[in-house]
Write a protein that binds this ligand. Structure first.
Ligand code: PXP
Length: 256
């Protein structure tokens, strides 16, 4: 495949800390503290922290966003739905990046990509003030070329390609289908980069499936959460992140 826009910098790792908050909220206590996890992730080599403020506040809460904005030295990627409430919160905090995701109250996690092509006019208006405020706007989308082209048209700086289906197929042992999905993701990454978009990827990534995605030359950043927080139970958060970093570097042919 022709890779018109290789990402030149080192592949970044964004650590999603939502599920530290999930555990905290399960008991209604103050711990484990997502901010403490974020600071530890920074120390372990995370290049950014991602937090998803859901409409129902099932994990991250407004106070977590405030605490992260005040204390982080690495960029915050503020993940949210494209609603007026979330836009106001983003404009108040002006995080480094705002990643727009579809959100359904009943879903367990972000199940699909955002339909940018089907909501072009509204999303163009939605994104404009965020761009003016200096936020890098990212669209969490499938590898569908229509969605990638629409993201470029509305003025997004970044697309994050949804790796959830690839991850599921890989975990279920559907190797041929996983390869096909991976090829479609690779084509999506190349198309996005050729349109001048920065390319991120994430959802469902683990030690076992990260390397082929990390190897896409156009990908600048991976955002990984649930697996790392789970793995932290066994290894501790720092070592869990370091091992992911090692595998990402291996895939890029870089030594840590
Ligand atoms: N990127 C986006 C846009 C997401 O919504 C999520 C899940 O919140 C992730 C990355 C991380 O996915 P996971 O928790 O499965 O690693």
């Amino acid at each position: 495949m022709n890779h018109p826009k290789r990402h030149d910098g080192k592949l970044r790792l964004g650590v999603n800390i939502d599920h530290v908050a999930t555990v905290r909220n399960a008991r209604g206590s103050a711990w484990p503290d997502p901010l403490r996890a974020a600071l530890l992730a920074e120390t372990a080599g995370a290049d950014g922290i991602t937090a998803h403020l859901r409409e129902d506040r099932r994990h991250i809460r407004n106070g977590d966003i405030e605490a992260l904005m005040a204390a982080l030295s690495v960029p915050l990627n503020f993940e949210c739905a494209a609603t007026a409430e979330m836009q106001a919160i983003a404009l108040r905090h002006k995080p480094h990046a705002v990643c727009l995701v579809p959100e359904k109250r009943e879903e367990r996690t972000t199940e699909g990509g955002l339909d940018v092509a089907g909501d072009l006019a509204r999303l163009t208006d939605f994104v404009a003030p965020l761009r003016e405020a200096g936020c890098r706007v990212s669209m969490f989308i499938s590898h569908d070329p229509r969605q990638i082209e629409a993201s470029a048209r509305i003025g997004a700086a970044v697309v994050e390609l949804h790796t959830g289906l690839y991850s599921e197929l890989h975990a279920d042992g559907h190797q041929a289908l996983a390869e096909r999905e991976l090829a479609a993701l690779a084509e999506g990454a190349a198309l996005a980069a050729s349109l001048g978009l920065e390319v991120h990827a994430g959802h469902g990534l683990t030690y076992d499936n990260v390397e082929p995605v990390a190897a896409f030359p156009e990908v600048a950043e991976l955002n990984i959460g649930h697996f790392l927080i789970g793995e932290a139970i066994f290894r501790g958060l720092g070592p869990a992140i370091e091992e992911m970093r090692r595998r990402m570097d291996l895939a890029r042919g870089e030594t840590a």
